[in-house]
Every structure is written in structure tokens, then in C-alpha cells.
Write a protein that binds this ligand. Structure first.
Ligand SMILES: Cc1ncc(COP(=O)(O)O)c(C=O)c1O
Length: 420
């Protein structure tokens, strides 16, 4: 079925829920916390904005976004370098459309990049992130991928913090990648949609700091403010030729297909990018809740002996079930996809198999998104926020407010017992 694997899984789980079935939904990376009242108010006040607005985005918003990136990531830009798109997906597609060359993807790679490349008839070249080294980029592996690409300029997509692994590329690694790309005619598409959701002790580094003339930064409000349905994405493009090519390509696509991001969403989004302590605190609070929930599952899986990189940002875990490969095969489970079906059918746990992220199916890797559980309804999500604000102690937050999460962990334990 066409459509991103994550959206397809979400639709499947929703129809199972509608049919009265129980499913623990770890298959969809949607941040579920409530719309902050300040944002809801801003949208209400913008309801009367009914005219078409500039294709690239309204100037006030672009100015604010430029300031925001400067303040948070020390990235210097002006409003002409900012593009506002229908979610960052539309921008990723438009950037690939606008620039020449093949698309290099580190694996595991988020589900949509390959589609963005293929919809643009681009060759995709993959290389493995270094599993033994916290899913960092090995420059040797990148160089091998570069050698396979058609000579001339090409693109590399980096996701940091990473979906599906929940890991972060270190500052040194980012610097080395940026330097390699500069020397080898590679434009970096730096997907930084989770950049404000780093866990304690980890910080986000953008390659634009080291390679501003060849890095496109992508972000938006979907993950940091739980506003996925607003479809509000941004790109910060380099000054000069590369940036101009992207802006031209974007204007061609957006001007012919969707004209502009809905005007009320753009006006309201100015508030999100303003230097407001209320919004900053809310992003921080949501990040802290994601961290506690993700860390909880990581600790539980570690107790069960499930191999998994420790989480450093976003709300994902990417364990593998290789230690149980033989036992799984004896049960007729021969790939990560079959494992995801087995977990859903027998244990009511929805996950995505690693091959959706271009991983090798016999790695038996799956991605668990911790963002949905116990926040299935808006009311449940609002209750979680209130509970955390009253008592941010991680233990009580999980023990007192996450009944479904605890039930899922029990189920996962039953699964491990069945294959041990
Ligand atoms: C790594 C990554 N990039 C981009 C997106 C798309 O976000 P948007 O809602 O801005 O299109 C997602 C959403 O799941 C994501 O995980």
C-alpha cells in the first residue's frame, strides 16, 4: 500500500481500536501532548487571515524563524534564506527536486527519504551507520557510498537526533562529516526536526555551523510542540547559488500545487518561534516527559537482555532481537516484518520493522516510538502534562500515570519468555 509506513501503521492501529481491539501503539512517532493554550489562542486570533500569502512564507514568520535558529543553534541567516513548507516533508521533497545528483542515505534511515528521492527519480545509495559506535557516521563508509554515486554533486541526508535509533551524532562526528562533504561536493540535508528534544547530557550540533554554504537545515513544529497536524515545516537554506536553486525549485512546486502554507497557521506560528519563556518551558517539559518515558522502556528492555542503543534524543528506541533469531525462526518468524506482525497479533504491541528504515530484515530490528502510549486521547495526554507539572519525579510519573505502558512492558516480557 502506498503511503509512509508510519502513517499506514497509524491508520491500521486506529481501525483496530475502532473495531474494539486493544493495541499498545508504539508504531507511530507523533508527539501527543496538548496544543499549548498560547498557540491555540494565536491560531484563534489568526482565523480571519484568509488571503493567499507569499509562496515562501510570510515575512514576519521567516524573520522570527531566522532569529530562532540564531538563538538556539548559533546559525546566522536572514529571512530570505527561510522557506515555510507544508510540514518538513514537503521541503525535503522540494530540496531533492531542486538540487542535482544522487541521494546518499545512512541506514537505518527514516521512512520517507527514499520515497522523496524516488518520486524525484533519483538514485538512492545507502551505507550503514556504525552500530557498534552508537550509530555514528563512519567516514570510510560514507566515502564508499560517495564512490558509488554518479560523479558530480550529490546529497547526503542526516537525521539528528535520529529516527529510528534515538541516538545523536556527536559534535566531532558532525564536524568530520561536514568537512568530508565540503571536500567531496556533497550538500547536506540536515533533518533537525528533533533538535530541541535532546535528553539530559546531550546537545545538538548542526553541520551548518561547519559547512554553512552546503547545508540545508530542516525543522518544524510537529515534534517540539506536538503540532504535526498543523503541517508547519521550515528550511534554512544556504546563502548563494545552492540556496537560490532550492528557493526556485520550491517556488515552482509550491506555487503550482499548494500555493502557501495556510495563512492562519503561518500567523499563529510566529508565536512559536518568538522568544517566549512560556513556549520554551513547554518544549522543555514535553522533552522531559518524552525522555522519562523512553528511558523507562530502555531500562525495562535492558533488564530483559534486549540489545538496544541507549536513547539520547527524540522518542525512539531501536532494539534488535538477534539473540533470539533461531527461536524466532522456529516459530515461523523470519524477518523484522514478520516479527512486527507477531508482536501485533500475539502481544497487541504495534511497532515498525527495521526494513521500513531500509535495514537488513534479518537484523530483527524494530522501532518503538514511545510518544503515543497513555496519551491516546487528548484528555489522557493533558492529564499526563498536569501530573508531570505537579510531580516531575520520573518514578512516580511512570508508576502512577502509565498503566498501559506498564502493561505493554509485561507483554514484552511474556514475548521474551516465549522465545527464551
Ligand atoms: C526524521 C523526521 N523527519 C521529518 C518528519 C516529518 O515531519 P513534518 O511533520 O514536519 O512533515 C518526521 C516525522 O515523523 C521525522 O521523524
Amino acid at each position: 500500500m502506498y503511503g509512509s509506513a508510519t502513517l499506514v501503521m497509524n491508520e491500521k492501529v486506529n481501525s483496530m481500536w475502532e473495531a474494539g481491539k486493544n493495541v499498545y501503539h508504539f508504531g507511530f512517532g507523533e508527539s501527543r501532548f496538548p496544543v499549548h493554550p498560547v498557540m491555540a489562542d494565536a491560531l484563534e486570533k489568526s482565523a480571519s487571515k484568509h488571503s493567499y500569502v507569499p509562496i515562501q512564507g510570510i515575512k514576519d514568520l521567516r524573520q522570527q524563524v531566522s532569529k530562532f535558529y540564531n538563538q538556539h543553534f548559533n546559525l546566522t541567516s536572514n529571512e530570505n534564506q527561510i522557506i515555510v513548507g507544508v510540514g518538513s516533508k514537503s521541503l525535503l521533497y522540494a530540496v531533492i527536486h531542486s538540487l542535482p545528483g544522487d541521494v546518499i542515505l545512512p541506514v537505518p534511515a527514516w521512512v520517507s527519504y527514499k520515497d522523496h528521492a524516488e518520486l524525484n527519480n533519483r538514485q538512492v545509495i545507502t551505507f550503514d551507520l556504525d552500530r557498534g559506535n552508537g550509530f555514528q557516521v563512519s567516514i570510510d563508509a560514507l566515502a564508499k557510498a560517495r564512490a558509488q554515486a554518479t560523479p558530480g554533486p550529490c546529497m547526503l541526508v542526516l537525521t539528528n537526533p535520529n529516527n529510528p535509533t534515538g541516538t545523536i551524532l556527536s559534535k566531532e562526528n558532525i564536524k568530520a562529516v561536514a568537512e568530508y562533504c565540503r571536500k567531496n561536493d556533497i550538500v547536506i540535508l540536515s533533518d533537525e526536526i528533533y533538535s530541541l528534544l535532546t535528553h539530559d547530557g546531550f546537545t545538538h550540533t548542526t553541520p551548518a555551523q561547519y559547512y554553512p554554504e552546503g547545508t540545508v537545515v530542516l525543522g518544524g513544529l510537529s515534534k517540539i510542540l506536538s503540532l504535526g497536524g498543523w503541517r508547519m515545516g521550515v528550511a534554512v537554506v544556504p546563502e548563494g547559488e545552492i540556496g537560490n536553486q532550492i528557493i526556485d525549485g520550491f517556488r515552482h512546486i509550491a506555487g503550482s500545487i499548494w500555493s502557501c502554507v495556510p495563512a492562519p497557521i503561518q500567523y499563529a506560528s510566529i508565536t512559536a518561534y518568538e522568544d517566549s519563556s512560556e513556549i520554551k518551558n513547554y518544549i522543555h517539559t514535553c522533552g522531559a516527559m518524552h525522555q522519562i518515558r523512553t528511558q523507562y522502556l530502555y531500562n525495562q528492555m535492558a533488564d530483559m537482555g534486549i540489545p538496544c542503543a541507549s536513547p539520547q534524543g527524540a522518542f525512539y528506541l531501536y532494539p534488535n532481537f538477534m539473540p533470539w533469531a533461531e527461536s524466532l525462526k522456529s516459530k515461523g518468524v523470519h524477518s523484522d516484518h514478520e516479527l512486527s506482525l507477531h508482536l501485533l497479533e500475539k502481544y497487541e504491541i504495534a511497532v515498525l520493522g527495521g526494513s521500513e528504515f531500509l535495514d537488513n530484515p534479518d537484523q530483527y530490528a524494530v522501532r518503538l516510538a514511545t510518544s503515543y502510549i497513555d496519551a491516546e486521547s487528548d484528555e489522557a495526554a493533558a492529564t499526563l502534562v498536569r501530573a508531570y507539572q505537579q510531580n516531575p519525579n520520573p518514578n512516580s510519573f511512570i508508576q502512577d500515570h502509565h498503566p498501559r505502558f506498564k502493561a505493554m512492558v509485561q507483554r514484552l516480557g511474556d514475548f521474551i519468555s516465549s522465545v527464551n
